[in-house]
Design a protein around this ligand. Sequence first.
Ligand code: 2AM
Length: 209
Amino acid sequence: MGDTSSSVRVFFALWPNAAERAALAAWQPPLRKLCGGRAMRADTLHATLVFLGDVAAQRLEALKLAAQEVEAGGEGFVLRLDRARYWGHNHIAYASPSTVPDPLALLVERLECSLDRHRFRFDRRAWKPHVTLLRNAHWTDAPLPDLPPVEWLAREFALVQSLRDERGARYETLARFPLGRAGGDMIPAGDVVRDWSRSPQLSKRDSSK
Ligand code: 2AM
């Protein structure tokens, strides 16, 4: 018998490909010059869609099924990250789109509806699409400089586990779900990315975003 009491900390996210990731990582040095803080490791850069937090391990299969029921129109969409911003409440500098593509807003809405139907709890505070670039950063209300826009072609979303060990946080992709048709694919084992830049204190999403 497995341990039915164990839980996993999970969230759904978009994960960039290598070129998109490199373009986003190129924003980090100029921002860090201004804001200080710690740069997120390039291979951990992502945009969270829905954050669930702790889910019973025995419900993971049901969670994947809930995601498989989500259908996004078309063959993915382009997310254009064209501005750098700073949040004072959690001291992060991030990239965000000035316009949220309709298919992305719809994807989050459908995902949340499906999670509701399957009785999963998740963070219901207003969703703001963003990619965290620096943590423990400091800035003022003044705008951050314009940086070369990043065109991110989203073709799938992922169920990701957030793990923690003595060296910090790391992320592990549990399943991927293609956009544009129903159905999710398991990915090969070992697709683990590490984020050693995180402090032991996870910053919480805040409703004031
Ligand atoms: P952040 O980058 O703005 O902190 C893993 O923690 C991912 O889930 C991060 O992208 C984080 O956003 C996001 N997230 C959303 N809500 C969260 C919460 N309540 N606690 C921790 N992370 C959260």
